[in-house]
Ligand binder design. Structure first.
Ligand code: SAM
Length: 227
């Protein structure tokens, strides 16, 4: 684990909220890849090396299900989260899987700082938080981090499961996939190829084993490699 995964001393709201959250979460939660992310990556970036030197960046990695899976495919993964506890669990998972050389848990409050470099694959799965952050700005920065030929994959909630946080709001509305794509401000598309921009349904399983149909926004855009 890199040195910046040590427990945060600057307890920003995000760090405080997510440390408190992960303190009460089973360390096994979220250690498998998200099915939607896995389907998109398998179809569009099946092998490391599409720009960015085989490097992948997973934003808001949580317990690292996506990051560990990407590393198992050969990607060199920078796994970013604001929670030191989550990152400690990612590091433990990488150790158990023999993937420590390809998984780099790295702590950032993405509202304040962003990893350097260009990546062949940048992912953000369910990067949602009740803490107010400049989320669109973070996702635009994520697009900037994509190397020529590389891919940005965003998987987001587009509906609330019955067991989801509501924070007192029953009538939460979500942007559609076109709105999310537009918020990235990729211009008129010049330089980017939209590979996915839709809102598929899936069956989700809640903490008590209950199931419900939910909708995700799935956006995948590739930075065109200019000759
Ligand atoms: C809903 S969880 C999703 C976790 C994981 N991607 C998954 O799909 O299981 C959102 C994640 O974003 C992280 N996060 C929230 N705000 C953040 C911030 N400002 N900077 C970095 N990570 C943040 C949280 O700690 C949490 O792990």
């Amino acid at each position: 684990m890199s040195s910046d995964t040590t427990r945060a001393t600057d307890t920003t709201d995000s760090a405080a909220f997510w440390e408190n959250h992960y303190a009460g979460v089973d360390p096994q939660w979220g250690t498998r890849p998200n099915a939607v992310l896995a389907e998109v990556v398998t179809a569009l970036a099946p092998e490391p090396g599409s720009g960015g030197g085989g490097r992948a960046l997973d934003l808001g990695c949580g317990h690292g299900g996506d990051a560990l899976w990407l590393a198992s495919l050969g990607w060199d993964v920078t796994a970013v989260d604001v929670s030191a506890t989550a990152l400690e669990r990612v590091a433990a998972g990488a150790d158990a899987a023999g993937l420590t050389d390809r998984v780099h848990p790295t702590r950032h409050d993405l509202a304040r700082s962003f990893p350097d470099g260009a990546y062949g694959l940048v992912t953000a799965s369910y990067f949602h938080t009740p803490v107010e952050i400049p989320r669109e700005q973070v996702l635009r920065r994520a697009a900037e981090a994509v190397a020529p030929g590389g891919l940005l994959v965003l998987v987001e909630h587009a509906s609330l499961a019955p067991w989801s946080w509501r924070d007192g709001h029953e009538d939460v509305t979500f942007p559609g996939p076109d709105d999310v794509l537009a918020s990235l401000r990729l211009g008129d598309g010049d330089g980017w190829l939209t590979e996915r921009c839709h809102a598929p349904e899936r069956t989700a399983t809640g903490p008590g084993g209950e199931t419900a149909t939910v909708t995700d926004n799935v956006i995948a855009v590739r930075r065109v490699r200019h000759a």
